[in-house]
Write a new protein. Sequence first.
Length: 419
Amino acid sequence: MAWKINQSVWTNPLYIAPGNPGTAQLGINVPLDIADFNAIAGFCINEKIEMVVVGPEEPLVNGICDFFKNNEELKHIYFVGPSKHGALLEGSKAFAKEFMMRHNIPTAAYREFTSENYEEGVKYLQDHSIPIVLKADGLAAGKGVVICYNHVEAIAEFELMIQQSKFGDASKKVVVEEFLEGIELSVFALTDGKHYVLLPEAKDYKRIGVGDTGLNTGGMGAVSPVPFATPGFMHKVEERVVKPTINGLHKENIDYKGFVFFGLISVNGDPYVIEYNCRMGDPETEVVIPRLENDIVGLFVAAFNGELDKVTVRVDERSAVTVMAVSKGYPLAYEKGLAIHGLDEKFGKESLLFHAGTKEKDGSVVTNGGRVLCITSYGDNIEEAVNTSLDMLSYIHYDGMYYRNDIGYEFIKKIESEG
Ligand code: AMP
């Protein structure tokens, strides 16, 4: 996001809070605690900030948009991100499900349970077909969804969530949902609360292992465009999901100027919503934003002013693929502070290096997280783009560096073996 905002003719200067050594090359990192709204307010007033773009969900769910709107000294600032009410689309799975029910948006059948109707929940699980999906209602750092493949596991997990507060207050309420079988797709809109523009779609790869095996991660790579997102399928997505969502927000008077992420699953060619996010998702952003040709600050101004109906999104026709390099052991325990070599390589104009879990130590860059960095490359097709990213990653090194070499594998034509 900082990479894109930095390209705008209107950006001068760009501050990133808290940022990392990658964003330091695009603007000025400021060591602000993004949970501390007063500190952010003070900074914005002192530096005469004109636009604020919120990246992560937590400050949005905690009401940073309302905080800005209700403050005389801040309310003129172009603010990109929904109100606390709007952010409930991500902040409460139950709110999102009820919203979808009210607006007839296709989603998996479900029930909600708390300690009040716990016994009924156990009975519901016992009678339900397997697999079944349990979702903590609130934010749980991306870990609140558990897919259970037998009844014993489902009931044990249900007990952990509700009775043992496995995810704290977030799992006081649990959404129990039918399991949908299909291919997943991420769709992104920017909305002003009434109109919207669609950004390029993407598909991410969540499992740690090659061939989509092993534990779930924050994302090991992503591709855009997604070959099965044909114009016919995307038409269904817009008519059945995107329009009813934006119209629903408008009808319910929910203040929403920002991104909506639609986590979809295609079941026999029909889209169903698995989740909403109230911001851009990672690592999809690293392929969606590089394909966007518009000045993004121009889009943000139009969103703030309620003028997205006057905007046309232009998209780079090329494919973009990002491959994420992670720490040895991730998503379980991993070491930090390992020196990263090869970052000064010239990656060519087809490739972009984005930092994730990195930090500066004594003038050099070291690992500082499970997901360390990624390389996005453009190509005439997914295969070409992924090969370029893999090539570029071979110049970078740190102890225990691991990445998947099969991102986009379902979309790469296999060469028929002869004989
Ligand atoms: P969420 O945090 O809601 O994105 O869920 C995490 C992952 O769980 C999703 O990306 C899906 O792979 C999976 N998932 C969630 N809900 C369902 C469902 N109803 N059916 C099948 N898979 C699901």
